[in-house]
Design a binder for this molecule. Structure first.
Ligand SMILES: [Zn+2]
Length: 188
């Protein structure tokens, strides 16, 4: 058994008797935390590795874009094997990046036209957020801003751990949540 007092906040080193108390502490004291205490252990990905995952992301988000009524609304997809260091190096410098050491979970949001443009830079692709019907002027797109509101694209990275036969197996997963819409656009 682990010593109960060894449940420790990795950000301020306060000790707790249960994980539940640590989660509450983290939510109250470090809800916008960007510090990654184990950052030194995450190797910097090569640009080939980065573009491999960016390409996967673009393929999967485009699959969620369509031209009919069914293509409109809240969408989500996951990349089931997504390395932690790729997520961290993609998003760590973003304003809306945050990390929970207690849950070993990262989140990053992009909102409005600012977010859309920032993702163009990160993904190195200006057309990441829409798909054009080749036959008409209809576009399916990720909704980030309309006349009334701004909307978010949310990226989450989390880990599943399996302990078996004194071995630890880990699976990192990236999930993306967003809203889609479609409509007709005249050529500019
Ligand atoms: Zn703390």
């Amino acid at each position: 058994m682990e010593n109960p007092l060894s449940i420790c906040c990795k950000l301020c080193f306060k000790a707790f008797t249960t994980y539940q108390k640590l989660f509450v502490h983290e939510r109250n004291k470090h809800s916008h935390n960007k510090t990654i205490p184990h950052f030194y252990s995450l190797p910097r990905p090569t640009s080939e590795q980065m573009s491999q995952y960016i390409n996967s992301f673009i393929v999967l988000i485009k699959k969620k874009l369509g031209f009919s009524r069914h293509a409109i609304g809240k969408k989500r997809f996951s990349i089931e094997t997504f390395p932690e260091n790729i997520f961290v190096y993609l998003f760590k410098d973003e304003e809306k990046f945050k990390y929970s050491p207690a849950k070993h979970k990262y989140q990053c949001y992009f909102g409005g036209l600012t977010g859309e443009n920032r993702l163009k830079q990160i993904l190195h692709y200006d057309q990441w957020s829409f798909r054009q019907n080749p036959l008409t002027n209809t576009k399916g797109y990720v909704l980030l801003e309309d006349y009334e509101n701004t909307y978010q694209v949310k990226f989450i990275w989390s880990q599943t751990v399996l302990l078996e036969n004194n071995r630890k197996f880990t699976l990192g997963r990236m999930t993306c949540n967003f809203i889609t819409d479609s409509g007709e656009f005249q050529e500019k």
